[in-house]
Design a protein around this ligand. Structure first.
Ligand code: AMP
Ligand code: TRP
Length: 327
């Protein structure tokens, strides 16, 4: 059986980069996989989160999962903090990870760069991520490009553990889609689209209103010649917009280029806004219908129960194999 575990941190409002690289894949993959989709709230607190905001964002993200098309009857949707096996296996995996390999994680280097103080959890976080994945015996992990290194570390830790203690975990593979795995900022195609950019026009949020989306795309940077051509080397800004267009229109890249052949940037930017809006509007509507509902609580409770059943079984096996008395 092929199984998926993946999630998106509730540390900021979701932008269309996270939708493109992760959430849209989560929805698509339900056809072929047994899926566990969680909200890694324990990961969010590696940097300070205001408690009220953390609660609100966790709810909002869960509502977005459902609104985007994750079907809670088919896939388990749950909060990481509701399944205590994550924290427990996270500790066990920390004992398997090496200081050196954690020091090489790009995300840690980026996030700690220039800071006087960072939490120790920011450093050990990939061990917890490995635990998340391994608990479910996931065969596949759909993520954006920036998480590939963490999934590779997960594979190393799983192999190390299996070699030391006997077959315990399935060694998972990342799924990274060809288009849209790394959406860049609208203001600068050399940096990832991210909510932490102080320039709000650099990103489109999943809950942005149509007028805001139109304005942000109209401000997006382009490249010097006027053609809508996919060429990351020479035309990164336009190539980024073409990828966004492709993800939101379900057209492939050559089809997008053909569609805009002989046209300048003006019309391209107008159309891309409309394509994004038409995908986001029904998601936003559904989001508002469920975000404060008791139905959402029930979905999360049911998801946590289903998740815990699988996770606890793996945790017990790992503890037993490591030499803990299991009474
Ligand atoms: P995060 O919000 O950092 O938890 O990221 C959630 C998921 O979205 C991860 O799988 C990331 O790789 C993916 N992701 C985040 N930002 C982007 C982006 N700009 N382009 C593509 N994927 C992204
Ligand atoms: N580290 C991921 C991110 O920053 C979130 C995450 C935590 C995750 N645990 C995971 C993703 C397990 C996939 C599988 O985006």
């Amino acid at each position: 059986m092929k199984r998926i575990l993946s999630g998106i941190k509730p540390s900021g409002e979701l932008n269309i980069g996270g939708y493109s690289g992760a959430l849209s894949q989560f929805v698509r993959n339900q056809e072929q996989f047994d899926c566990f989709y969680f909200i890694p709230d324990l990961h969010a607190i590696t940097v300070y989160q205001d408690p009220k905001e953390l609660r609100q964002r966790s709810r909002e993200l869960a509502a977005l999962y459902v609104a985007a098309g994750i079907d809670p009857k088919r896939s388990a949707i749950f909060l990481q903090s509701q399944v205590s096996a994550h924290a427990e296996l996270g500790w066990l995996m920390e004992t398997q990870a090496h200081f050196g390999e954690l020091s090489r994680m790009t995300q840690f280097k980026d996030k700690s760069d220039g800071k006087d103080v960072v939490s120790s959890a920011l450093f050990t976080y990939p061990a917890l991520m490995a635990a998340d994945i391994l608990l479910y015996q996931a065969t596949h992990v759909p993520v954006g490009e920036d998480q590939k290194q963490h999934v590779e570390l997960t594979r190393d830790l799983a192999n190390r553990f299996n070699n030391r203690y006997g077959e315990t975990f399935i060694v998972p593979e990342p799924i990274i889609q060809e288009t849209g795995a790394r959406i860049m900022g609208l203001d600068d195609p050399s940096s990832k689209m991210s909510k932490s950019n102080p320039n709000v026009s650099s990103y489109i949020l999943m809950l942005d209103e149509p007028a805001v989306i139109r304005k942000k795309f109209s401000r997006a940077v382009t490249d010097s010649d006027m053609s809508v051509r996919y060429d990351w080397e020479n035309k990164p800004a336009v190539s980024n917009l073409i990828e966004i267009y492709s993800v939101f229109s379900d057209m492939d890249i050559p089809a997008v280029e053909k569609h805009f052949e002989g046209q300048g940037y003006g019309n391209f930017k107008k159309e891309i806004a409309e394509v994004v809006i038409s995908k986001l509007e029904p998601i936003q509507q559904k989001f508002h219908d469920i975000v404060d509902s008791a139905e959402l609580d029930a979905i999360l409770r049911d998801g946590a129960e289903r998740a815990a059943a699988v996770a606890n079984e793996t945790l017990t096996k790992a503890k037993q194999n490591m030499g803990f008395l299991v009474l």
